[in-house]
Design a protein around this ligand. Structure first.
Ligand SMILES: C[S@@+](CC[C@H](N)C(=O)[O-])C[C@H]1O[C@@H](n2cnc3c(N)ncnc32)[C@H](O)[C@@H]1O
Length: 228
């Protein structure tokens, strides 16, 4: 089963070991803008759309902002703890190392939030795959204020602690210039680009690759637990 990740998370950063701990960290990092960061992304998802979320983490975007109004949802993440917890809650979450997996399930909207840096230095490869999987649009929201190298020691430590999801750490991050440079490759697809409230992340909305074909494996048709 290509790309399914089953290895032990021996090097996983502490914050990735529990969904509660992870959400506490995000609250600390984003402060009063914590909820707004996901509202900004959710607002780009039309009612009834099928959604594929890459690097879904503990599934906060779906659980707090999308459930009940989208036509289907699949979340992908390498962290087996996050995936198992979501599946216990009846969410179609699938364990996969996206750095080493094949074609993505199709969906109207394909989303990735705060995770593109995990795919540096060749992040365009995952963006290309997202575009190919998206019938309608791709939504990418990425931190452009580098918390990991913050001059404030506590904030820097918190930011760096989110570096290793269990498949290796990622010293490289985006700043706005680097993200804009990457998105320049997709200039003809950019529908909008804007900062989230507080400016910590920048959202890019791109047009998708091709319409979802009827009957194709997708975020709206796949049974919970089917493989990527
Ligand atoms: C900073 S968290 C973001 C989680 C969520 N999207 C959010 O905004 O709160 C990054 C997520 O990416 C996942 N991740 C990192 N590398 C991955 C990979 N190669 N394949 C799949 N998931 C990965 C981690 O397990 C983690 O859940």
């Amino acid at each position: 089963m290509g790309g399914i990740y089953t290895g032990a998370l021996v090097s996983t950063s502490l914050v990735y070991r529990s969904a509660g701990g992870y959400e506490l960290l995000m609250r600390a990092l984003y402060g009063r803008h914590y909820a707004a960061r996901m509202s900004a992304v959710a607002a780009q998802v039309p009612d009834g759309a099928s959604v594929l979320e890459l690097c879904c983490g503990p599934g906060t975007l779906y659980r707090r902002h999308l459930r009940g109004r989208v036509g289907g949802y699949v979340g992908l993440d390498v962290n087996p703890g996050f995936v198992a917890r979501l599946r216990r809650q009846g969410v179609d979450a699938r364990g996969v190392d996206l750095a080493h997996s094949g074609a993505l399930p199709r969906a109207d909207v394909v989303i990735m939030q705060a995770s593109l840096y995990h795919f540096l230095p060749t992040a365009e490869a995952i963006v290309d795959r997202m575009i190919a999987a998206a019938g309608e649009r791709v939504v990418i929201s990425e931190p452009v204020r580098n918390l990991a190298s913050s001059g404030l020691p506590v904030v820097g430590r918190l930011g760096r602690s989110a570096a290793d999801p269990g498949v290796g750490g990622h010293a490289q991050r985006f700043d706005e210039q680097r993200l804009d440079g990457l998105m320049g490759r997709y200039a003809e697809r950019v529908l909008s680009a804007f900062p989230i409230p507080g400016g910590r992340e920048k959202v890019y909305v791109l047009s998708g690759g091709a319409p979802t074909e009827p009957g194709a494996a997708s975020a709206s048709s796949g049974p919970p637990g089917s493989s990527v």
